[in-house]
Write a new protein. Structure first.
Length: 179
């Protein structure tokens, strides 16, 4: 197990901590949950940086890293939706997108041992997600605009992912025909 993968595992472990403190009756429970959320974001940045800089990218990391991101994203969205801090439709849009990404990844990986790489819009969407959630957490005046921007970027990331998925499937089919 290398350092980037260990950081990804830590991110998985932060998810129940976030949920516990977010719903905790403790006086500072939500603040602790926000710190955990930020720590998860920092481990995401750090593990990607270390993996690329020191050539520590592994197949395990390629699979686990986005899974940790998706689980944290869904845990946070479900939590703040249950507290009526964001509209329910946001979680529906994001859940549909994440489900399609997971299904597409499973199909490509199981049938062709191929992983669709993260795209720029997916990364920007993740950054927008963290900004939007922090805006909601701190009850900023324009938090709904940040949320709407996050959802829009999520949809764009999905469209780009689908395009990449189709391109990879076509290329794989062409490679099989050439053989």
């Amino acid at each position: 197990m290398n350092i980037p993968n260990a950081l990804t595992i830590i991110r998985f472990l932060l998810i129940p901590g976030f949920v516990y403190y977010f719903f905790s009756p403790m006086e500072y429970g939500v603040r602790i949950a926000i710190v955990i959320f930020v720590a998860a974001g920092l481990t995401d940045i750090l593990d990607g940086f270390i993996a690329r800089k020191y050539n520590l990218v592994t197949r395990l990391g390629i699979v686990l890293d986005p899974l940790a991101d998706k689980l944290m994203l869904l845990a946070v969205l479900i939590s703040i939706t249950l507290k009526n801090q964001i509209p329910f439709w946001i979680i529906i849009v994001v859940a549909i997108k994440e489900t399609l990404l997971i299904l597409g990844a499973i199909v490509l990986f199981n049938n062709h041992d191929i992983v669709v790489p993260a795209n720029r819009f997916g990364k920007i969407s993740t950054i927008a997600f963290y900004i939007a959630i922090l805006a909601v957490a701190f009850d900023l005046a324009y938090s709904q605009i940040f949320l709407d921007g996050f959802v829009l970027l999520t949809i764009v990331a999905l469209v780009v992912y689908v395009q990449n998925y189709i391109t990879i499937k076509r290329q794989h089919k062409m490679d099989l025909i050439k053989k």
